[in-house]
Design a protein around this ligand. Structure first.
Ligand code: MN
Length: 198
């Protein structure tokens, strides 16, 4: 059984950049749905093994990837948001960003443009790709498509309409710009530190 994480802040603490109503629906209904459906899928897989009945296996493996990735990305998302207090990448992460993207500005430009250009429902992700020994920006469609194997996401931005439409309507650029105020770089720095310690 996987469990929902507790929100590390109250529902209204990301205002005005991320509204209470959006966060409430996003966390309490949508994120809960992904966690519940991941657990239901695991139960169905256990039942299939027990009964040696694999006629729905293709569907179940697909559900595991979709709901499971949805649960994981939402956990990362809620954790890498925070109260609107300015934070920045640590010296170590900034050095890596400079090395891999040229500068923090160039990283931001690529991230913003990649976010705006996510096709349909998906995510924009900053990930450590250990096989390449570098950071990469990835667009993700749905929750599980368009990845590099072995990547470890350290910062994720939800580009599904449910994450911004109530507040920003179809203006993705405004949502992304507002989001910069509630990125918790302390959490992202810690994730990067933990990866590179291994
Ligand atoms: Mn979402």
């Amino acid at each position: 059984m996987i469990k929902m994480i507790e929100l590390p802040y109250t529902l209204n603490s990301l205002e005005p950049y991320y509204s209470r109503e959006t966060l409430d629906i996003h966390y309490n209904i949508l994120y809960k749905g992904y966690v519940d459906n991941t657990n239901k899928t695991e139960e169905k897989l256990a039942k299939a093994r027990l009964e040696n009945d694999f006629q729905n296996i293709k569907c179940l493996e697909r559900d595991l990837a979709f709901y499971g990735s949805g649960a994981i990305l939402h956990q990362l998302f809620f954790e890498n948001m925070g109260v609107p207090v300015p934070t920045m990448p640590s010296t170590k992460l900034m050095e890596q960003i400079n090395k891999d993207f040229g500068s923090f500005d160039k990283f931001q430009n690529q991230f913003v443009e990649a976010s705006k250009a996510v096709e349909a429902s998906g995510w924009c992700i900053l990930a450590w790709v250990s096989k390449f020994n570098k950071l990469e920006i990835l667009q993700c469609e749905k929750h599980q498509n368009l990845t590099l194997w072995g990547c470890i996401p350290i910062f994720v931005l939800d580009m599904w309409e449910h994450s911004y439409f109530l507040q920003y309507k179809a203006n993705r650029a405004e949502y992304i710009n507002a989001f910069k105020n509630i990125i918790n770089w302390k959490v992202i720095n810690k994730r990067f530190e933990e990866i590179t310690l291994v």
